[in-house]
Design a protein around this ligand. Structure first.
Ligand SMILES: NC(=O)c1ccc[n+]([C@@H]2O[C@H](COP(=O)([O-])OP(=O)(O)OC[C@H]3O[C@@H](n4cnc5c(N)ncnc54)[C@H](OP(=O)(O)O)[C@@H]3O)[C@@H](O)[C@H]2O)c1
Length: 333
């Protein structure tokens, strides 16, 4: 075992500024020792999520982060020392370890993950990203064959899976993503019908041309202007699955909310449903079985973006917020 525990500390909250390397520092402490009912974990892959940034803004479904704490985050981690019967050294778990080499956590919160190759799929398609895409689209969006589905942050970890599941369900799929290169990849490799480049400007016109008949289901990862554009393009009785608001996590608060609320919700008889992936824990097994079958048949392609080195975690999150990633970004520790 290594002598020291390297930790990335959230040195100061960004306070309305864009997240930068100056908000983090690398520090070292002793490797912690597990007590009764506790487990010592070694992090192997740290998950990078837009939500990491949202937690810095205030309380969400978890408490707000504060300056001076080890940066919070989920990781695929290996049991090193176990003081519980249901886990043994070498077992893999998904745990809220934070950005560090080692963490001690209560055993009762941890569950052994199945053996799998590659193990990284446990963090992408069979982890939070895959389950969020599955439940958000199928439970909240309720897409039907022949309908038009639009998804934002379409080349990201959640969005790239949403679009592929919608295609599997017989829908016409339009992505919204930054840059022509991402658009080409989504159409040519993942089978999207079209992708709109919100960074090129004129999104409302692009939307009109791509979906002249209107949107049945909008899977919203971004909020902001993309949300507003889709709201105006919704068909009557359309459904919006509100998954996240990545356009509003990094930097100053947005100047105003989207126009069209509540007027368009009324006149178009829209259903907006917010959700958090944990809401659907009871249906997890069925979702995982479906996702596994689609991956095995080649109908669902898994895109992972793996970066080496704990010390690169801050830059990897800053880059994710700037749109560097394709698919699920993670750090190999
Ligand atoms: N509700 C839930 O349970 C749940 C669970 C997991 C994730 N989420 C949400 O899902 C969304 C995706 O998160 P993720 O962690 O999977 O990240 P991700 O999609 O892998 O990466 C984030 C992507 O967002 C795009 N983006 C960044 N700033 C943007 C802006 N201002 N406008 C439009 N797009 C922007 C970037 O791509 P471009 O190049 O296209 O800009 C970037 O690649 C987030 O909103 C997150 O909060 C929700």
């Amino acid at each position: 075992m290594a002598e020291a525990n390297r930790q990335i500390v959230l040195d100061q909250l960004p306070q309305g500024a864009k997240l930068g390397p100056e908000h983090f520092r690398l520090s070292e402490s002793e490797v912690p020792q597990p007590g009764e009912g506790e487990i010592l974990l070694r992090t192997r892959y740290i998950s990078l999520d837009a939500a990491n940034r949202a937690w810095m803004q205030g309380a969400t479904y978890r408490a707000a982060l504060s300056s001076g704490q080890v940066m919070a985050g989920g990781a695929l981690a290996e049991v090193v020392v176990s003081n519980a019967a249901h886990l043994k050294p070498g077992d893999l778990v998904f745990a809220d370890t934070g950005w560090q080499d080692y963490a001690v956590l209560p055993a009762k919160r941890l569950q052994k993950l199945p053996d799998m190759a590659p193990v990284t799929h446990l963090m992408s398609v069979y982890g939070i990203a895959g389950l969020t895409a599955y439940f958000g689209l199928l439970e909240c969006g309720q897409p039907k064959p022949g309908e038009t589905v639009v998804v934002s942050a379409a080349a990201g970890s959640v969005g790239s899976i949403v679009g592929q599941i919608a295609k599997l369900k017989g829908c016409r799929v339009i992505g919204v993503a930054g840059g022509a290169e991402k658009g080409r990849w989504l159409v040519e490799e993942l089978g999207f019908d079209a992708v709109l480049d919100y960074k090129a400007g004129g999104l409302r016109q692009q939307m009109k041309e791509a979906v002249p008949e209107g949107i049945d289901v909008y899977f919203d990862n971004t909020g902001g202007e993309i949300f507003e554009t889709c709201l105006f393009a919704m068909k009557n009785f359309g459904r919006i699955a509100c998954c996240g608001a990545v356009s509003q996590y990094d930097g100053a608060p947005p100047p105003h909310g989207p126009r069209g609320i509540p007027g368009l919700i009324v006149t178009k008889r829209l259903t907006l449903r917010g959700f958090v992936v944990m809401d659907f824990d009871a249906q997890r097994e069925k979702a995982l079985a479906d996702l596994q079958a689609w991956v095995a048949s080649g109908q669902l392609k898994v895109q992972e973006d793996i970066i080496d080195g704990l010390e690169n975690t801050p830059a990897a999150l800053i880059g994710l917020l700037a749109g560097e990633n394709r698919g699920k970004r993670m750090i190999r520790v």
